[in-house]
Design a protein around this ligand. Structure first.
Ligand SMILES: Nc1nc2c(ncn2[C@@H]2O[C@H](COP(=O)(O)OP(=O)(O)OP(=O)(O)O)[C@@H](O)[C@H]2O)c(=O)[nH]1
Ligand SMILES: [Mg+2]
Length: 437
């Protein structure tokens, strides 16, 4: 099994449907009231942990995901239907990061865990909504809000039950091949394994997933060797097997090799030291001197560490190791990640304007005009359909409420200057804005 474990994707919620401007038409009723319905909300993009996908490989070829638009409102107060959500299955164990800020947004562990990655835009209101006792025939309606856009980094934490760790060339991959269905590359040089291998071990009714990670060396946590990055793959294992190479040296050497790995764990994540743990001494077939193996076993016993000497190549003690692992797995449930968030921190979408954010006005350096920066205004400007006469006057009212004209004049703006709000461009017409009722 090969694992693609890091991908970038773009997600976009559906645009909200436009509100409708319409008036009732009935026989013998000369001037019907406004009856334009609201647009529907755009669909959201949802990531859902699922057992139907094992890797992030599909995302390598498909980066962009957009949910459906909301339907436009119609006459007779008919509301537009909401756009349907786009649910994207991801493997269990997927971490979702904001690509821009690097923040962890969600940790999808169990099947069915969901994360709303991009909200759909709100539907625009139809003209029926704007009618009141004073304004009986509003000739305007809003456009739908655009959907939220996010750039995400997905990272798959391999959820292996057992992790094989150790220095390079000790025979981790050979051991994985001996106890599981995996056929990893095995060779007589360090750093043969460049990315984690996974194997499946079926014992009775239990399916145990075993990960063989690239060899660690001293200073791995400072990115020496292949670096510590692969350790994230074993963070959630239920059991760690530390593999030692009996042919690597005397007892003291072997014990110091065990120390090195423990130190690297501590530096990476102290919690790894509390993980159920055993030591497997490999390459017993090369060992001429059984007293060394015995001494190592005693040493481990003294420290209360489970120990087994095996030969991955010849098969010595492999059945015993498999039995032991299967039994241990039954006793040790999977540790859960500490961070588990579902849903973005809800940004206040409604009523943002009520917080009276300060308006900022910038004179553009190239002399082409002015830019108004104000979150509410930038959002609300997208709702207006400026082909509608009344939309313009309504928008002018908002500008007036925020005293935009005065602020622009104070900055030296003159009639006819270009004013930018978000992506929209207007001519500055102070008189006219003030003229409107
Ligand atoms: N004699 C003997 N050789 C073994 C045994 N297990 C592994 N080897 C040999 O040791 C060498 C390294 O084996 P690998 O399984 O590639 O070692 P590794 O720990 O995965 O190494 P990296 O991926 O580089 O970290 C290979 O030449 C294997 O054939 C064993 O039980 N007996
Ligand atoms: Mg290997």
């Amino acid at each position: 099994m090969k694992f693609v474990d890091l991908v970038m994707i773009q997600v976009e919620g559906g645009q909200g449907g436009n509100g409708c401007t319409s008036f009732r038409r009935e026989k013998f009723v000369p001037r019907g009231g406004p009856d334009g319905g609201n647009g529907g909300r755009g669909g959201g993009v949802i990531l859902e942990a699922s057992l139907s996908v094992q890797t992030l490989a599909d995302f390598e070829y498909h980066h962009r995901y957009a949910a459906a638009k909301g339907e436009n409102g119609r006459g007779k107060r008919q509301y537009g239907r909401s756009g349907s959500d786009l649910v994207i299955p991801v493997p269990c164990g997927t971490l979702v990061y904001d690509e821009k800020t690097g923040d962890l947004l969600a940790d999808l562990v169990e099947p069915g865990d969901r994360f709303l990655a991009a909200r759909g835009g709100k539907g625009g209101r139809g003209n029926a909504t704007f009618a009141n006792s004073v304004r009986r025939a509003p000739h305007f309606s809003e456009k739908g809000d655009p959907g939220e856009k996010m750039a995400l980094r997905l990272e798959l934490k391999l959820i292996a039950d057992i992790g094989l760790v150790g220095l390079p060339n000790v025979g981790k991959s050979a051991l994985l091949a001996a106890i599981s269905n995996a056929q990893p590359k095995i060779a007589d040089y360090p750093f043969t394994t460049l990315s984690p291998n996974l194997g499946i071990l079926d014992v009775d009714d239990e399916r145990i997933i075993i990960a063989d990670v690239p060899g660690l060396i001293e200073g791995a946590h400072q990115d020496r060797g292949l670096g510590i990055t692969f350790l994230r793959h074993i963070e959630r294992t239920r059991l760690l097997v530390h593999v030692l190479d009996l042919s690597a040296g005397d007892l003291a050497t072997l014990l110091s090799q065990r120390e090195i790995i423990c130190q690297e764990f501590t530096a990476y994540d102290r919690h790894l030291l509390d993980r159920p743990y055993m030591v497997v001494a490999n390459k017993i077939d090369l060992e001429q001197n059984p007293t060394k193996t015995d001494a190592l076993e005693k040493e481990m016993e003294k420290r209360g560490i489970a120990f087994l000497a095996v030969s991955a190549l010849r098969g010595d003690n492999i059945p015993g190791l498999v039995r032991f692992l299967a039994e241990q797995i039954r006793h040790h449930p999977r540790p859960h990640g500490e961070t588990r968030l579902v849903g973005l921190a809800a940004a206040p979408v409604e009523g943002e304007g009520r917080r009276r954010l300060p308006v900022e006005i910038f004179r553009l350096n190239d002399g082409s005009g002015f830019r108004i920066v104000h979150p509410y205004l930038e959002k609300v400007v997208l709702r207006f359909d400026f082909d509608q006469e009344e939309a313009l006057s309504r928008f002018s009212r908002i500008l007036r409420r925020l005293r935009i004209d005065e602020l622009l004049l104070a900055q030296g703006a003159k009639e006819g200057d270009t004013v930018f709000i978000g992506d929209m461009e207007f001519d500055f017409e102070p008189e006219r804005a003030l003229e409107v009722e």
